[in-house]
Design a protein around this ligand. Structure first.
Ligand SMILES: [Zn+2]
Length: 371
């Protein structure tokens, strides 16, 4: 794959294509490592008695997925920004048309320059797309807008949504975040605290379960028992004789200590080693709680909906903890009525997540720990 990394590399590829360039097109495609843009040039080649149109592939613009994964925010799609900049430069230099049907986000359903007549305009975002032939998808909108509509429907219909459990190590007002999981079972320590947690859940809208002594010491015993069972059958991982030398450095190892014994663990590739690793970490956490006089607090949602979640997130993130009722209504206009917004705010006030003072809505400390 030819990489386009600057306007100069693009310009060189255009010149190598030959002929008179008329249209430069940028289209999205994706593979397992993520989305990329590929660029084609439409040229007219004049010979003595003939005029021929040709389309030539120039190369791809790919910034790679890593940057986005680490940012963890809304993808800025730097490829699109680069393509727009270079497309403009190519337009100025050659007078060609720069055709980029999805310049805001990746979409592989957009028509190429010569398929434009087959396309429709998305009813929601006005982008040109080739209509889907799937019987399960709407024909009048693009896939991105379809997902947006589905999500908005969940908000509109107030579908249940209690996902997201946060765990903290707590002393007085000091909260240390030690774990997040979409469900309780996903917490590494869940299996050791399940009975305590189930017995103490009050099933209020926000459930905060506190675990302190003597329960933490009992949990510690259970974890130690589980580690004892695992290390009794511990086997160190040796490379098989035919393991390729060049891959050996890719295999990461680290050593953990338990009861004065050291165990070398392979990262990720060995299920038994991973279990020991998780248990030893859980034990460290529990030891830290015991020696520092900390309790554990686990925050559960109970009876939340997508609508509650959306309103909470809007006030917390977009409004930085404070917002007027009117701006929430404005944000969810078309999806929710003013009454529905007010009812949601009142429900979240009852849950201890929002306060309503006149028209001003604010998040509480509970919200910060819950989201
Ligand atoms: Zn759309």
């Amino acid at each position: 794959m030819n990489s386009i990394t600057s306007f100069e590399t693009l310009d060189k590829a255009i010149r190598l294509a030959g002929g008179k360039p008329t249209v430069l097109e940028a289209l999205w495609d994706g593979d397992t490592s993520g989305w990329y843009l590929y660029l084609n040039i439409h040229v007219i080649i004049k010979k003595l008695f003939t005029i021929k149109k040709e389309v030539k592939y120039l190369g791809t613009i790919s910034v790679g997925g890593d940057i986005r994964l680490f940012n963890g925010t809304v993808p800025p799609w730097p490829e699109a920004e680069l393509a727009k900049e270079w497309g403009k430069m190519a337009n100025e230099k050659y007078g060609l048309m720069f055709y980029f049907p999805s310049d805001k986000e990746p979409d592989s359903d957009c028509p190429g320059w010569e398929q434009r007549h087959l396309a429709i305009q998305c009813a929601d975002c006005a982008k040109m797309v080739i209509p889907t032939n799937s019987p399960y998808l709407p024909k009048e909108i693009c896939y991105g807008c379809h997902l947006k509509r589905k999500f908005n429907d969940k908000i509109k219909n107030a579908e249940p949504y209690d996902d997201g459990i946060n765990m903290y190590m707590v002393k007085n007002e000091e909260y240390n975040h030690i774990g997040y999981s979409s469900s309780f079972d996903g917490l590494p320590i869940a299996v050791f605290i399940d009975d305590i947690v189930q017995a103490r859940r009050e099933k209020g809208l926000v459930d905060i379960v506190t675990i302190d002594e003597p329960d933490i010491s009992i949990i510690k015993e259970k974890i130690e028992q589980a580690i004892d069972e695992k290390v009794a059958i511990y086997k160190s991982a040796e490379f098989p004789p035919d393991f390729p030398e060049k891959f050996k450095s890719n295999i990461k190892r680290h050593t953990v200590e338990y009861n004065g014994n050291k165990f070398e663990l392979i990262e990720r590739l060995n299920e038994e080693h991973s279990k020991i690793d998780r248990l030893v970490r859980a034990l460290e956490m529990v030891d830290k709680a015991i020696s520092g006089n900390y309790s554990f607090k686990i925050f559960f949602k109970n009876g939340f909906t997508y609508r509650d979640d959306a309103v909470l997130r809007f006030v917390h993130f977009a409004g930085n903890g404070s917002s007027s009722l009117a701006s929430i209504v404005q944000q969810y206009t078309v999806i929710l009525t003013e009454t529905e917004v007010r009812d949601t705010v009142l429900k979240m006030e009852k849950a201890g997540c929002l306060t309503l003072d006149g028209e001003i809505v604010q998040t509480t400390d509970v919200t910060k720990k819950l989201l």
